[in-house]
Each structure stands twice: as C-alpha cells, then as structure tokens.
Ligand binder design. Structure first.
Ligand code: ADP
Ligand code: ASP
Ligand code: MG
Length: 412
C-alpha cells in the first residue's frame, strides 16, 4: 500500500473535538487506499506549560530531564488519536518515539534524527493496521534516554517518517492554510503562496517563520519529500495549501518572497575584550559548548588594543551565556569589563532567491526602516536574505512596512 504521512500540529489536536476532526481526515485517506502514518504534536499550549514547569523547578536544568518532561505532551495526543480512530473502526495504534524506535543523537532538547527503524511499523501494516499514530518531537538516544528535537520538532518527525517510509507525500496540517509571504498574524496583507522553493522556506523557517521547523525543510530538500502545508480547519482538495518544492518547479518568482520575524532575540555585548588573535575562538567555543546558539556577530572598532564583541542569541539562552562567560573570567581565560545583555530586540529578515541576481534589496530595506524611524542595531546578509536587529517594539511596524515596500501583497 502507498504510505501517506499526515502531521497535526498543536491547534489541530487542541481538544477531543479537534482530534475527532483530524481523525476524520485520516479516515478519508485510509478509504482512498493509503496506509497512513499520523504524527501528532502535543495539545496547543501544553509544551509551553511543561517547559515553564521545568524552568521554574530548575533554571539551568539537566536537559535529559527537560526531555523526559516536555516529550510527555505528545504521548497523550498519540494515545487519544489512536483511540479516536479505533472508535471509528479504523485499525490504529500509537507509538512513542522509543517504540518505533526513532533513534537520535544525545544532544538533548535539540537532538537530530539518526535513523528510523521501519520494520516494526511495517509488520503491523502487514497485519492489517491502517494507521500508525506516532508521537512527534521525540526519540531515543544511544544511551537509551528520551530526547526531543527542538521546539516545533514534530514537523521534522513527519518529514523524516515520509523519507524513511518512502511516502507519496507529507501533509502538515496546521492553523493556517499554507505558507504566507509573512506571518498572517502580523499583517492582513500577507498572501498565501501556492508554491515556495526549499531554499526560501529554509531561510524563512530559520529566521522565525515557525510554520515549519527548519530541520524539516532541510530533510525534505535532501530526501526529495513532497511537503505540503495546509489547514486542518478547512475543506481540502488535492491542490490545497502550499507545496514546498524545488526551485525549478516554480514558474514565477519574486525578488523578495517573504519577510520573517523572530521575536525572542537578545543582543549580548562583551565590553572591552583584548583585540588579539584567538579571542573569537576563546569566546565562541565555550558559548557553543554551553549550548548557546549564536547567530549574528559583530566586533567593534578597536581602541588601545581592546574591543567590544557583540553577538545575538535566543533570549532564553542569555543566562547560559552569562554563566559561560562568567566562568571564563573567573578562571582567567578571558578578561572583559562587563557583559551587557539587551533582551528587547527582534530580528527582521527579507528572503528571496531572486536576490541572487538583483541588487538594491538591502538599500530598499534600510531606507524603508529609516522612513519609519526604526534604528538598525545589527545587520547580516547572505546570498538570499538580509537580516537586521531592531528594538522589539518595532517588530510589527518593520514587517508591515517591508511587506508593503516589496509589494508582497501582489502576485508577480
Ligand atoms: P503547529 O502547532 O500546527 O505546528 P505553529 O504555531 O508551529 O503550528 O505554526 C503555524 C503558525 O506559524 C501560524 O499560526 C502563523 O502565525 C505562523 N507563521 C509565521 N510565519 C508564517 C508564514 N510565513 N506563513 C504561515 N504561517 C506563518
Ligand atoms: N509540541 C512541540 C512544541 O510545541 C513540538 C511541536 O509541536 O512540533 O514545540
Ligand atoms: Mg509547529
């Protein structure tokens, strides 16, 4: 039987009624002749609650126990989804990550999938099971501990299953009816895209468009998975939603395809560090070891052999950065005057593969922000994106004005 992967995000399984609604969609696909692998998220808000409890109990938590706690939300929805399907006479059972098993690295809280064993599930399909309901977001480490794949990780579970089982398609059911030119919650003018290139989706995702987890897009690109994003609340047909696909499969393309925003950014400055060879390695090596995901980096002009080193990272990692840098100062490895953390910034990015062949996008972006009186704190660019850090209170205004400036509400 051909295999179809269907993933339901938190809002799509937020209560029993919605689980029933999702189960009906699964039943329809089973009736079409598919063996279905359903990947479920935790009920919306559940993972946040669990993360909150962990933080309250232990601010610099042991990530193995964090995973033990936060993975539990998906166990509940997997069992409930299997029960709901059984009530509808659809042969189904649930699988937790370790039961599959879905094997990951030991990088707790941000583990990577190494392997998905297919024989256990295939055996059950062979015995007449029609639906395998798999708890998303979780796996098992080589040490036999439960791991999680980073926030939003159920998307990655879904794509990895689609690759492992050679599925005809991976459908991601969520609370929006596709990928938009920007977060539709920020501007009504956001426009749904029928198709988006893997490369663009990868950038948008990594720059804050949480509709798909970055790693899921990477995997889909690598394994050629047909990846579709669609709404679990609307009637669907085979062309619904947004198809994430190869660049060649897109006829029309804008210079800029989308604007992404990331709210939880922090800007950290180490004031007055020595300006000598090896200083960056001395700072960023220990930060990486402490699990701080550094994004942008700037080194300021040097004066009398001293300089300021500024970097950005997610807000919730600032405490770890402070501890790591504090230790270096204490043991004499690194000398700096003070660490200044600005946790009130946001990152705004414009993305488009057309930027490769068009100049002037950066100039237009900076001019647009300047016209709104928005000060730019840090800038980074790559081949197909430009990102800036601005004060968080300007997030919406920055996104709206850039969306207008690049005419993203109009199809090209
Ligand atoms: P799920 O719980 O289904 O995984 P998420 O909340 O993780 O859903 O992702 C869906 C949300 O992503 C949408 O509600 C929307 O606000 C947000 N989002 C951000 N950027 C975009 C975008 N460019 N297109 C569509 N949705 C976006
Ligand atoms: N429940 C997890 C989260 O909220 C994983 C997911 O929903 O994709 O991050
Ligand atoms: Mg999500």
């Amino acid at each position: 039987m051909p295999v179809l992967v269907m993933k339901f995000g938190g809002t799509s399984v937020a209560n029993l009624e919605r689980i029933q609604n999702a189960a009906k969609r699964v039943q329809t696909e089973v009736e079409k002749g598919f063996d279905v692998i359903v990947i479920v998220s935790a009920m919306s808000g559940k993972t946040n609650e669990l993360v909150g409890w962990v933080n309250e109990t232990s601010p610099l938590f042991d990530a193995r126990e964090y995973d033990a706690v936060v993975s539990s939300g998906e166990n509940v929805t997997a069992g409930l989804m299997a029960l709901t399907l059984q009530e509808m006479d659809v042969p189904a059972r649930s699988w937790q990550g370790w039961q599959v098993p879905l094997k990951t690295t030991s990088a707790h809280a941000q583990a990577r999938i190494e392997e998905i064993e297919t024989h256990n599930i295939n055996e059950k399909f062979g015995e007449g099971m029609k639906v395998a309901v798999v708890a998303g977001f979780q796996g098992i480490s080589p040490e036999g501990r439960i791991t999680t794949l980073g926030r939003g990780g159920s998307d990655t579970t879904a794509v990895a299953f689609a690759a492992a089982f050679d599925a005809v398609r991976c459908d991601i059911y969520t609370d929006v009816d596709g990928v938009y030119t920007t977060d539709p919650r920020i501007t009504e003018k956001a426009r749904k895209l029928d198709k988006i290139a893997f490369e663009e989706m990868l950038e948008l995702a990594s720059l804050g468009a949480k509709v798909l987890q970055t790693r899921s897009v990477e995997l889909a690109m690598r394994f050629g998975v047909r990846l579709r994003v669609l709404s679990s609340f609307e009637e669907q047909n085979d062309n619904a939603g947004t198809l994430v696909c190869a660049e060649e499969d897109i006829m029309e393309s804008n210079v800029v395809s989308g604007v992404a925003a990331s709210r939880d950014e922090a800007k950290v400055t180490l004031v007055s560090v020595a300006d000598r060879p090896g200083i960056a390695a001395a700072i960023f090596g220990p930060l990486a070891e402490a699990g701080v995901n550094v994004d942008m980096i700037i080194q300021n002009i040097s004066e009398d052999g001293r300089t300021d080193m500024t970097f950005s990272c997610p807000t919730d990692q600032v405490a770890r950065a402070e501890v790591a840098m504090g230790e270096l100062k204490e043991n004499g490895t690194l000398n700096f005057a003070e660490l200044v953390a600005d946790t009130g910034v946001a990152k705004i990015s414009v993305v488009g593969i057309g930027m490769r062949s068009h100049a002037g996008v950066a100039a237009k972006m900076f001019e647009t922000l300047s016209n709104e009186g928005i000060n730019i704190k840090v800038i980074t660019t790559s081949e197909i994106k430009i990102s800036v850090l601005v004060e968080r209170k300007y997030l919406e205004l920055a996104v709206q004005s850039l969306h207008d400036a690049f005419d993203l509400d109009k199809a090209s």
